[in-house]
Ligand binder design. Sequence first.
Ligand SMILES: [Zn+2]
Length: 631
Amino acid sequence: MKDQGFRIGLLVLALNFVLIAPSGRAQSGQTISLVVDATHAPEGIVRTHMVLPVKSGPLTLYYPKWIPGEHGPAGPISNFAGLKISASGKTIPWERDLLDVFTFHVDVPSGTGHLDIAFDYIEPSGTGSATAAASATDRLVVISWNQNVLYPAGTPAEQLMYQAKLILPEGWKFGTPLPVEKQSRSEISFKPVSLDRLADSPVIAGEYFRAIDLTPTGESIHHEIDLVADSAAALNMSPQTLKGLKNLVAESGKLFGARHYREYHFLLTLSDHVAHFGLEHHECNDSRLPERVLLSPDASFPVGGLLAHEFVHSWNGKFRRPADMSTPYYEVPMKTDLLWVYEGLTDYLGPLLAPRSELWTAEQYRENLASIAAELGPGRPGRTWRPLLDTAIGEPGVNSGRDWLNWRRGVDYYDEGDLLWLEVATIIHRETRGQKSIDDFCHVFFGGANNGPELKTYTFDELLRALNGVAAYDWAKFFNERLHSTSSEAPVGGIENGGWKVAFNGEVPKLPVRRGQPADRGEQYSLGLVLAEDGTVRNSIVGLPAFQAGISPGMKIVGVDGRLYTHDLLKDAIDAAKDSSHPISLLVVHDDYYKTCSIDYHGGQRFPHLVREEGKDDYLGDLIKPRAGGE
Ligand SMILES: [Zn+2]
């Protein structure tokens, strides 16, 4: 997954209850019928009708809670409404569990062979995170099946079979990796699949839809990108982005040497009215970006960055997954201590594939890496109290706050993974005297026969063994030092081994808007401020000059040196202070009060870059060169 880091913090865990929950009386082995009616999705409601084979007696039903890829108990139970259970037309009462709001208890009357279960999913507007956030507009919908399903307790998700039918608004088209059995106008019947496959195979649908083949020449496995948007114009992908995405598929084959899916769909939703993030699946990814992103001349940067990350997850996260994150069904909690591999390695390999695919330029790759090194170095005083490992362990529930991010740390296991795994790549190169590379490790760890979607779990020790098989090294010591460190310095060994170093100067980075921030934000590593466009303080880096002057997140800068705030004025003031002994004066609103903050800073605007270290080979440059030859 890749998003702004918001998580639902519902860690109210009744572990004992989970383990001793009654096994229920669902009829094992029989297919469950599921009809999801999305004809009213534009009005914000998706209706489900299930027919569940049962035996008489107590039955426990679950609404999916721990959602794969979202790394927490993020199932949107608060949007689940209208539950009615009946048998042969007679209503059967249900009761929610006293300790777990995702669990429902039913007493199935004797002689009952199946239950009719009806409920609605209310499409949220403006609340929630990831798939639990806004997922439907007037012209499109993303169906995440876990939101539209209940399942009986007692059987692993891979053994529960569902026959799903989806009803769409008239004329809408759809994309999904789920195999279709038949289609009649806007009703699509899918082939029976297990619950884990169903939940792993979302559908995007809409009035404005386009599917583009991305299968590289000579490749036997089908790849495509399916697009839905809030307008027809937004579907226009440039030849350059299209070429880059085809290259991405080809480069992934070179990097991993194997695929573990029957076919692959990039599902891309383009709308300003849905949440923006990406969520991985084995045979697809559910990625969501602003409506007109493809029309921007810089489209390949945001599109390539997000889609490369989510695509890599098909290998790292879906095919290979930490054993303690591989749970039999969605009620069982996950332990997230290896997210620095699941997400961290993905966050290294995705941006590695982006320049190899020519979705990013080499310069964009380096500038992006420099900005990560800066964010995690001077931008992250929180690393002095919170080790990297704790950002992973704390994921379910701890990392949702966005203000004071520099002190909290949040989901640093993503970005620090870029630095950590780059260092691994350079150590493999060094220790094998150039005989082996990170690609060799990927072939070993992610290779093997393609049996379709398959899960092969690993532990920390198994990861170390795989690395040692490629390059003999004390990897346990290396990772333990990095994972437990409370140094204020970011781990930039990989950048330095690669022939570069991080340096700050007054030049604006040559990067498109990155994570909502334009490149010309020279106040971040000078005053220590991260500002919204209107001057609202998103972050004030603990210990830097603005923080010392009393400015903290949530305040708003409204004046600069006696004049109404604009970002240009702030830049001018930082530049002017360089040649002056006068402090910069900022007028700030805090709640209903004005205050003037005086910042005694004279170092000018500062931006992070990578600069070459003379005398060292440019191994960083070698790592990002195309392998597949391009289309
Ligand atoms: Zn991810």
